[in-house]
Design a protein around this ligand. Sequence first.
Ligand code: GLN
Length: 478
Amino acid sequence: MNPFPHYSSHKEKLKLLSSGSLNLEENVRQFIGRIEQNIHLNCYLQVYKEEAIARAQEISNKITNGTGGKAAGMVVAIKDVLSIKDKVTSSGSKILSGFLPLYTATAVQRLIDEDAIIIGKTNCDEFAMGSSNENSAFGKVLNPVDESCVPGGSSGGSAAAVTAGLCDAALGTDTGGSIRQPAAFCGIFGLKPTYSRVSRYGLTAFASSFDTIGPMTNNLYDLALILELIAGTDERDASSAPLPVPRYSVNLTSEEKLTIAIPREYFTAGLQSEIRDKVEELKSFLSVQGYDVIDVDLPMTEYAIAAYYVLITAEASSNLARYDGARYGFRTATSGNISDMYTQSRTEGLGKEVKRRIVLGTYVLSSGYYDAYYAKAQKIRRLIKEDFDKAFQKADIILTPTTPTTAFKLGEKSDNPLEMYLSDIYTTGANLAGIPGISIPLGKDSRGLPIGIQFLTKQFNEENLLKFSNFVVQNFKS
Ligand code: GLN
């Protein structure tokens, strides 16, 4: 599925560039050509063609002089919820169409500082709310593996762009699964870091106590490298963790035989049998390899989706109050008093799913219902976190499917929000608990659709996830 690029990781790309056997400008032009040929996938909202070519020339010289950064020449796509100074950042919403940010998100800036080439902005569900990328104000994205299927969401444009070879790597965001779920549906790698590992400065806020930024790639080395570059404390985001960042990409191998836990509650009726089988195969393989594979209980799992959708809608209703037609992007043409202008701008500028969540979130925060819904969901969040803490006393890694099914058909769930929400059943736990998670591609189902397997670990233990994933990728024949 991934005939392009021809190198296996950025490490190899850099070698080819340094030796002169790969011409960076040519490489960028090839990406642009492929983007143009695949316009129907609707992965990109903007492509910075001329700038990317100019950057390629500049960075090529740096590589020749030996002054290139760690990501020199890596062609990266950015989910359109991340700001880049003076570049339209729509967040997939009509209400922000034409909005030009005054600054660049820290995660993006750190890649630019290491000489990555930003090729464009990728499509996503409006304000990152969705699991199928059908909620974008700028049209749906198709899954390159099977164009009749969704690519997953909300970072669907990023996932599809990586899968189709329209960039080397992409940044996505994950509030409830939006990196891992599309990575699984498109057959790539996606990593949701520990909450606060990566600065959220310049990220359009959806649910601020859940939102994370992370890499989406077609190989583990690039995943490790990008995380290493974007992570770390940032004076512009007071919630960013003041902890040192390991050089994840330097050593991805580990002989350590960890304890791997399988949560019983994740293997329920809605799980596609081929995904269940894949987990079983992997389980047996790990046992044979000398890993201790145990069962654990995460008893609060059944409340995760409910708690998630109460809390994130509450946070979203507050975060999205700023889009009033006066300060950003779109304003209605209708005349009237200021109150009419607010109402009409929001009515015309926001999509159906976003409105649904604002209404829900406002309701759960309203006096009289606050304790029954919001406060209760906060308590459940705490209990879910405690479930994970207990499991991690016994195990290093929790192994689960990333999603209950492989990619579903376009339109299949768009009229049924509850069903759509259920596709986040295995991913929201990590966001509620603030722990890191990775989705790696392991084989395909009988329809040729990729299967994603998820590994979770303790906060700030991304290194473990990457090393364990590398062992699986290198040794398990899926
Ligand atoms: N699908 C989930 C939702 O709609 C997750 C979104 C996300 O992680 N940004 O809320």
